[in-house]
Design a binder for this molecule. Structure first.
Ligand SMILES: Cc1cc2nc3c(=O)[nH]c(=O)nc-3n(C[C@H](O)[C@H](O)[C@H](O)COP(=O)(O)OP(=O)(O)OC[C@H]3O[C@@H](n4cnc5c(N)ncnc54)[C@H](O)[C@@H]3O)c2cc1C
Length: 407
């Protein structure tokens, strides 16, 4: 009987197992996860779960029963430390598991702050349920929280903390928040929105010291000589793909485990999916490393298809969402290199779409509270439609017309 072994029980790993069963695979499936919980949704960790609005059980994709019925064997609290390629064995500290196909779904880990006192008891990173559980113990209204990093995680946590009554400061090293992922227009909108809610945002902020006593940080010093009182510090400065194990068996890695459009690595019976990959996307004709649930889900289907000898390939349009306060941000496409930005709608009413064009055509968009229209644009981009910016900029343009052919 063919054996598929999946290292990592996150979005990509669990969904590869689900896809295999759905596609009719009747061999053995084993998931090895070094976490202590059944595979769960990670996005709520910086949103509703952080606010204690949902219980742990509600985070899980499926109950233990489901795995049993689907004959998906799942080993929690188990870390694969090494792999013996000669005998197709993965090795943990006290067991070994063999495989015919191996799937790397090892995800990513928070980039650590290389600074003295960064191991203090009130400094957190956000990746796993356990991170949030330890943070919960310290969250109480009126406390001062300093968020290092003004990316998605920092901003989502800021919104949750404001709702819980804490005093929030965001320290962003670049000149604007969300600099890596969006345009100045959208950064400005988020900057203003958070500021109105009471968040203090300091850009160009270089942290020089975490000042601590008894392993508890009490203030954060900046290069500008300012010192900020801190009861809690959260660091959200990006994530690094977990590729060490893959590299140790000679898999090609470059900012992620390299795969082709079928999620196959440089070794024939080994595949890789999700945040740990730098995977060839045929829509863009290049390798992309994406950290998003839609990417993990799309790649799981592709990996399942490859194991079954079918030919589904990765041509999913990159897309992502982020929830802050009452704002739903949805982004599709890759905006890097855009040469014009046109806003449809009104930033003042927090309902708008920023359309990014290059050489006259739409390449990407960021939508705030415009989900229905966003889905139409996303579908068009995903289908490879070439939408002219001149059309989009026409004040009579209706996104609905993209598929009705009325423009
Ligand atoms: C706080 C937070 C909020 C997010 N919000 C959003 C959002 O709003 N929208 C969105 O699209 N995406 C969001 N993301 C990103 C999204 O969650 C990830 O893209 C997704 O989880 C990737 O799935 P994955 O399976 O590749 O990796 P992961 O979910 O990280 O799973 C990898 C698993 O493998 C385990 N593992 C690693 N090495 C080993 C080993 N050697 N042995 C055993 N197990 C191992 C890891 O511990 C982990 O459990 C968010 C992420 C975080 C952290």
């Amino acid at each position: 009987m063919t054996k598929v072994l999946i290292i990592g029980g996150g979005h990509a790993g669990a969904n590869t197992a689900f896809a295999l069963r759905k596609d009719g695979f009747d061999g053995e499936i084993t998931i090895i996860s070094n976490e202590g919980y059944l595979p769960y949704h990670r996005p709520p960790l910086s949103k509703d779960f952080l606010k204690q609005n949902i219980a742990i059980e509600k985070l899980c994709f499926k109950s233990a029963d489901f795995y049993e019925k689907q004959k998906i064997s799942i080993n929690l609290n188990t870390q694969i430390d090494s792999i013996d390629l000669e005998s197709n064995l993965t090795i943990t500290k006290d067991a070994s598991f063999n495989f015919d196909y191996l799937v790397f779904a090892t995800g990513a880990s928070p980039r650590l702050l290389p600074m003295e006192n960064a191991d203090s008891k009130n400094l957190f990173y956000l990746r796993q349920i356990t991170d949030v559980l330890s943070m919960h113990q310290q969250i109480t209204p009126e406390k001062e929280i300093v968020l290092i990093g003004g990316g998605y995680i920092g901003l989502e946590v800021a919104s949750a903390m404001i709702e819980l009554g804490l005093k929030v400061t965001i320290l962003e090293a670049e000149e604007r928040i969300l600099q890596r992922v969006t345009s100045p227009e959208v950064s400005q909108f988020y900057n203003d929105y958070h500021s109105k809610k009471g968040v203090r945002i300091i850009c160009n902020a270089k942290v020089t010291n975490l000042n601590a006593e008894n392993q508890m940080i009490n203030s954060v010093s900046l290069e500008s000589d300012e010192s900020l009182a801190a009861d809690i510090v959260l660091v959200g400065i990006g994530a690094i793909p977990n590729t060490q194990l893959a590299a140790s068996i000679g898999l090609e890695c470059d900012n992620g485990i390299k795969t082709d459009q079928y999620c196959r690595t440089s070794i024939p019976n080994i595949l890789a999916v999700g945040d740990c990959t730098s995977s060839f996307n045929s829509l863009y004709n290049k390798e992309l490393r994406l950290e998003s649930v839609p990417n993990a889900l799309a790649q799981s289907k592709v990996a399942s298809s490859s194991i079954l000898g079918n030919e589904l390939f990765n041509n999913e349009i990159p897309w992502f969402w982020s929830d802050q306060y009452d704002l739903k941000l949805q982004m599709a496409g890759l905006s890097s290199g855009y040469d014009e930005c046109h806003i449809i709608g009104d930033t003042d009413s927090a309902e708008f779409i920023a359309c990014y064009g290059k050489e006259g055509y739409l390449i990407a968009l960021d939508s705030v509270n415009q989900s229905r229209q966003f889905m139409l644009f996303k579908k068009a981009l995903g289908n490879g439609f070439k939408l002219e910016m001149s059309l989009i900029k026409d004040k009579n343009f209706q996104p609905e017309s993209i598929f009705s052919g009325s423009n």
